[in-house]
Design a protein around this ligand. Structure first.
Ligand SMILES: Cc1ncc(COP(=O)(O)O)c(C=O)c1O
Length: 460
């Protein structure tokens, strides 16, 4: 009789994702409860792995949750989509907004973020081109990926019999669903054999990476990092290289064989999920002292300080979820926009009610918890709430409060005699560099009645 170590099959309920509490999910442009974010069993990606995704983390900071290297992750997501010939129906900025909105909607302090873009159902031929491209962003709380023990004592690795596919077989630079079959096979075998993680070699026997991590090793005091060949270009890898250099370490990118790793002084892995995880053993050989190495632990400490905003030097890597941040690709400020009450209402409609997918924003400043126009629409009485927003702790209650304030102001405007209403001013050409910080007060301008009826001689 065939024996198996597999657990008995558990019948999944509809959705079958009971082990993950993702709360609210951004699903094709709308925030919906997890149980409503469902796809057909005839989805192309389910059959052929035609999806691309990202793994991102948001960390709790003194100024509320912050997403680590958001733009770099979104860029890689779009690069993966490009490699897979998937036309994404959203802009990068819309995906960034969707990510921030999903974290906010769930009220997480810190979380793991999974944007996914996939080919939906239309045909089940291998050619995915007729299938629509769909997108979602899910978030959930996820602690140490390889467990606390792996961090404190160092992870135990085994070289996998499965080999990373060469670049002319699979696009290793794309974080594509189908690529991960290779990782899944290697990880299942490593875990079944009692190890924490698998080490994958490339087709020529050189060290490639872990199933979801890049590899570093210390030899003669020099930090070596495995060169990009068939590996994913890790964003954590890049961050750790920068931190190590700033710590004064010499960093070298190298090709290495598995036996070179055996005699390393220290080894550690990097990845969004695994962060910086020391390695204590590979293929039954202790690495260095056979415990988590001091350089790995120091780099881990520094990395955690960077991601949680405790090291101001790396502030540039953080996107605060509840604050307005300059967009990496700001488009010029709309001409003539005065950010008055009606603009505030329009922004409220889009950012609070309508969801990110509800409209494509042209604002140069990324709208987070509250739009610039909303902030300006707030009366003096709402200063306290505004202060809380500035400190990065807006919540639903505040949003509702500010929404009501903007509405009152608009409504009041209607009651006033015509000459007292806020009237649109003449559009002014804005030099590109003159975008103002949303939290800074606008410089006082002479109040001119620009309405063509009241100021008929206004010449533009
Ligand atoms: C195969 C693979 N290599 C490396 C990494 C590390 O990449 P990052 O640091 O960007 O998370 C990941 C994780 O995304 C991965 O899946």
């Amino acid at each position: 009789m065939a024996t198996t170590t597999e657990k008995p099959i558990v019948k999944a309920s509809a959705g079958g994702d009971a082990g993950i509490n993702a709360g609210m999910i951004w699903f094709n442009g709308k925030i919906v409860p997890q149980e409503q974010a469902q796809v057909s069993v005839l989805t192309h990606a389910l059959h052929y792995g035609t999806s691309v995704f990202e793994g991102i983390r948001a960390y709790p900071t003194k100024r509320g949750p912050a997403v680590f290297r958001l733009q770099e992750h979104t860029q890689r997501l779009f690069d993966s989509a490009l490699i897979m010939r998937m036309p994404v129906p959203y802009s990068q900025d819309e995906i960034n907004q969707a990510i921030l909105e999903t974290v906010r909607a769930n009220g997480w302090g810190g979380c793991y973020i999974r944007p996914l873009i996939w080919r939906g159902g239309q045909t089940l031929g291998v050619n995915p081109m007729p299938c629509p491209v769909q997108a979602m962003v899910a978030t959930w709380e996820w602690g140490a990926y390889l467990g606390e023990d792996a961090i404190n004592k160092g992870a135990r690795l085994v070289t996998s019999a499965w080999v990373r596919l060469p670049a002319n077989a699979m696009p290793g630079k794309a974080k594509a669903g189908g690529n991960y079959v290779n990782s899944v096979l290697a990880r299942m075998d490593a875990v079944s054999a009692g190890f924490d993680e698998a080490l994958l070699l490339d087709a020529n026997g050189f060290v490639a990476e872990g199933t979801g991590e890049n590899i570093f090793f210390l030899k003669n005091g020099v930090l070596h990092v495995i060169e990009h060949s068939v590996n994913l270009e890790g964003i954590t890898r890049d961050s750790v290289i920068q931190i190590a250099k700033e710590m004064g370490l010499t960093v070298k990118e190298v090709m290495a064989t598995r036996d070179q790793l055996y005699s390393a002084e220290e080894i550690f892995m990097t990845g969004t999920a695994a962060e910086v995880t020391p390695v204590s053993e590979i293929d039954y050989r202790p690495i260095g002292s056979g415990e988590a190495g001091p350089v790995a632990l120091e780099l881990r400490q520094r990395y955690l300080k960077a991601v949680t905003g405790e090291d101001p030097h790396y502030e540039r890597w953080l996107t605060y979820v509840n604050r307005c941040q300059p967009s990496p690709h700001p488009s010029p400020r709309r001409r003539g926009s005065r950010g008055g009450a009606s603009a505030a209402q329009a922004n409220l409609d889009r950012s609070v009610g309508g969801g990110v997918g509800g409209g494509r924003r042209a604002a140069g400043w990324r709208v987070c918890a509250l739009s610039v126009a909303q902030l300006r629409a707030v009366s003096g009485a709402d200063r306290a709430a505004l202060q809380r927003v500035r400190r990065g702790r807006p919540d639903r209650e505040q949003e509702r409060h500010l929404q009501a304030a903007a509405h009152r102001r608009r409504h009041l405007g209607r009651q006033l005699p015509h000459r007292h209403r806020r009237l649109p001013l003449r559009p002014r050409p804005q030099p590109h560099h003159s975008r103002r910080h949303p939290l800074r007060r606008a410089p006082a301008r002479p109040r001119r009645l620009a309405h063509p009826v009241l100021a008929p001689h206004w010449s533009s």
